[in-house]
Structures are given as C-alpha cells and as structure tokens.
Design a protein around this ligand. Structure first.
Ligand SMILES: [Zn+2]
Length: 471
C-alpha cells in the first residue's frame, strides 16, 4: 500500500520529537476555524486516517459519560458555578431545550439570506415614504439590472402601477440618494452626477468635475486631457486632478460593492458557531450558551485498530499503524482543546456582557481581547483566533460576529441613533457630532456620516421631510 506509507512517512517526520510544538500548532489551527470549516477538516481527517472514528454516541466532553442529551447535568452543577451555563455540543442533536431550539430554527426571519440590495435600500427608504410610495419603491427595486440601473422608464412604472409620474419620480429620486448612492439611475453618467452632487453637499468637490462628466465624457474616457485643458482654458494638470477626483470618489456601478459584501457574508450567518439562549427553566436564571463542535457524535481513536496493532508482529508494519494511532490521538486531543478554549472564552464574554446580550447596542461594555487574555491566562493571539470569523446567535434571534463584543464603535453608533431619534428638526452630521460630546464621544463629522450610513439613516436634507409626520 504505497499511498499509506507516503502519508505516514510525512506524518512521522513531524511527529516524533516535536510533539508539543506540533500539538500546539494544530490546536491553534483548529481554533481559528469556524464550525463549517471544522466539519470539512474533520471529514478529511477521518477519511485519511483509519484509526480515527466517529461513534454514534452522545457523550459528555468533560466526564466522558454517555448522557441522554446535552448538556451533562452532572457536569453542569460541578463545573459551571456562577455565571452563564456554557457547554459544548454538536449542532444538530438534542439540546438544552428542544422546544426553544425548534422554535428558533423554524422562525423564518432568523436565519435568512444576507440582506439583498433591495432590502438594504428599502430599509433606508421606508421611514421617509408613505405605504403607497413604499409599493412604488419595491417595484422600482425589482426593475434593476445587475449594475443597479433602472431597466424601465419612470413613465412605464407609473402607468403599470397606476400612480402619478411625479410621485414615481419622487420615489426614484429618494432611492438614488441612499446607500449605495446612484442605484436606480438611468445610466452611468446620471449615477456619477448624483454621487458628485451628494459629495458637494458634503463639502467635498472639484471645480472641474461636473463639467468633465457632462461636457467632456468622451474625451475623459480616452484620457485626452490636452483637448479638455485647451477647451476649458485650464492646465493639463488641473484636468488630470479632476479626473483623479472622479476615479477616487465615484463608483460607476453602485450595485457592485453591495454584491461583493453580500457574497462574503454568505454562509457565515446561516450557521452560527455559538448560540446564547435565555434560561428556559428559570426566569432570570443564568443564560444558556451552546458552543457548537464539529463532531456529530463522539470522536475517538478506534479501539479495534489499537487491538489489531498490538497483534502485528512485522516491526515495519507495526510502526506504520502505530503512527496512525498516534495521529488520531493527537487530533482528538487538539479538537477537545479547541472546544475547551472556545468554551472558556465564550463563557467570559457572555459573563461580562449580559446587558448587551439581552439589551441593545448601547449596552455593550467596551472590552479588549488583551483583558480576556489576562483573566483567562491565555495568549492574546489565542483569543483573536477564537473570535476570528465566528458568529454568535443572540436570544433575540440576531446572528452577529463574535468580534462585535470588541467593537468600540458600536456604542457610539447606538448614541447616534438615539440622538437622531430624539431630534425635532433634522440635524446635520456636524450637529450630531457636537451632540455626541454630551454622550462622552469625540467623533469627526465624517465618522458620524459613516456610522449614520451603517445605521441606514438618511442624510439630514432627506430626513427633513419625515420629521413633521413624526411630531
Ligand atoms: Zn459530564
């Protein structure tokens, strides 16, 4: 069996003397992986190593006893003490409360697709339009091509929906001005002009940019700066800087950036790595946290392979099979250490942030990975690996990146939301920045603009029209 010999040969080289280092590296590799990636890793390892097997058993990772369901009631009382109840379990076996689990996964608004472009835009547009206008917005958003441009003429939409052309145009104008700016434009030129207009309102502009787009589009495409300079009676350098301004600040295809972001998010938000639930048995009881492990069953070194190896007499063959056993034992150990590290880290995070978990973004208490590292006596990079790319499902059904707990801007974003919610006349980003000082945050105007956009709130000039309705 030549393939096996090669595999074992490779493995033996790395395993015999450098065991502790190899062991640590492997654990760190596993810690960095999401549950989905871990599934793949586990399947590969099992297919390559006959000494590694998955028993169809429900066993407690701590006391190793067979249990009827997760978590192990004996270890719960013994190990958890105060704070949240945290346990490691496979993703789709019986859980702490089956009812809650079923309800959670059957509610279709919980584990849905990443936000589509239409949803993203509608969320921003909805607060400032009537229900009738909202229907127009929905139809407009259904009539976009892959670049985000409107396929139909506004008049076609108006006649299809039997609404006035003015009203239709008005809704389209609002859509064009929310993030990503320029969606629902007729073409690239219109899209760029709207973005330019929005930048100007923000105080960012280039004196030649507008002319370049409207009058010298063709020359701009050919980078014929000399002709433009002569006709505008300016230096070639000025034309070049205007062209650069356009290239850096404007995006011809507004839908593109959104699709890229959405594609990256796919998968991560369907299957969280950790889930926090309210205590199903006791109101105000400790939170219940499930850290998902990859294994659907009990991962172990095959005892039948071990027995067989003991009986092998040929020394070369015995070595080959012993290497398999050693590799299987290492993998099992590293997987358990990975799960255990995740459990300890998640337990401390949940223990520190119950207000945020049960409350709102405003309730997040700033904390750092370094603080956790000291308290858990782990290296900071271990915390980083455990947190990286993982997601956590909160009791309200939201699935968020685990790194959110370390996001210092989250509480500031919540303050921006509060300030804007309480405004009586639409406040500019500048004014919001001033008001934030009262909340203890010193933030630049541009940062406020960024956070506002992340929150899906329209700029002040567009927000103005909804205020009278709210009062
Ligand atoms: Zn146990």
């Amino acid at each position: 069996m030549p393939t096996i010999i090669t595999k074992i040969g490779q493995y033996q080289g790395a395993s015999t003397k450098q065991m502790p280092a190899a062991h640590l590296t492997r654990t760190m590799q596993l810690l960095e992986k999401t549950c989905n990636e871990l599934d793949t890793e586990l399947a590969n390892e099992i297919s390559e190593n006959p000494a590694l097997e998955m028993a169809e058993e429900c066993r407690c990772p701590d006391c190793k006893q067979i249990i009827p369901s997760y978590p192990c009631q004996v270890c719960l009382n013994r190990l958890n003490g105060s704070g949240p109840i945290v346990y490691v379990a496979p993703r789709s076996t019986k859980t702490y409360s089956n009812e809650e689990y079923d309800e959670y996964y059957s509610t279709d608004n919980k584990l849905k697709d990443p936000e589509t472009l239409s949803e993203h835009i509608l969320k921003q547009v909805a607060p400032s339009v009537s229900s009738n206008e909202r229907k127009i917005a929905e139809h407009v958003l259904a009539r976009l091509n892959e670049h985000g441009f409107l396929i139909d003429h506004p008049a076609e939409i108006a006649s299809y929906l039997r609404v006035s052309l003015d009203k239709t145009k008005n809704v389209i104008e609002i859509i064009k001005r929310v993030d990503p700016i320029g969606v629902a434009s007729q073409d690239v030129m219109e899209c760029l002009l709207i973005q330019l207009d929005m930048l100007e309102q923000d105080g960012k502009t280039h004196p030649l940019a507008h002319n370049l787009l409207t009058k010298y589009w063709e020359q701009l495409g050919k980078r014929d700066f000399k002709t433009i300079a002569r006709k505008c009676n300016v230096s070639v350098q000025t034309v070049r800087s205007a062209a650069q301004f356009i290239k850096r600040n404007l995006s011809p295809y507004p839908a593109q950036s959104h699709w890229n972001n959405a594609a990256n998010a796919t998968g991560r938000y369907f299957r969280p790595d950790v889930e926090v639930m309210k205590n199903p048995h006791k109101q105000d009881g400790p939170l219940v946290v499930q850290v998902f492990s990859a294994a659907q069953g009990w991962l172990r070194v095959s005892s039948s392979v071990r027995t067989m190896v003991n009986k092998i007499e040929d020394p070369e063959k015995k070595d080959e099979w012993s290497a398999y056993l050693e590799r299987a034992a290492l993998f099992v150990k590293c997987m358990r250490q990975r799960d255990n590290a995740m459990k300890r880290i998640v337990k401390l995070i949940v223990k520190r942030q119950p207000q945020f978990i049960l409350g709102t973004d405003k309730d997040l208490i700033p904390m750092t990975r370094a603080e956790l590292a000291i308290e858990l006596e782990l290296h900071e990079s271990t915390i980083s690996r455990a947190v990286a790319n993982k997601t956590i499902a909160l009791p309200n059904g939201r699935i968020i990146p685990l790194s959110t707990f370390f996001d210092r801007s989250l509480a500031i974003r919540a303050a921006v939301q509060t300030i804007i919610d309480d405004e009586t006349t639409a406040m500019t980003d500048e004014q919001v920045a001033h008001r934030l000082v009262d909340h203890g945050y010193k933030v630049a105007r541009r940062t406020v603009a960024k956070y506002r956009s992340m929150l899906g709130i329209l700029p002040a000039n567009l927000r103005a029209r909804q205020i009278p309705r709210a009062v």
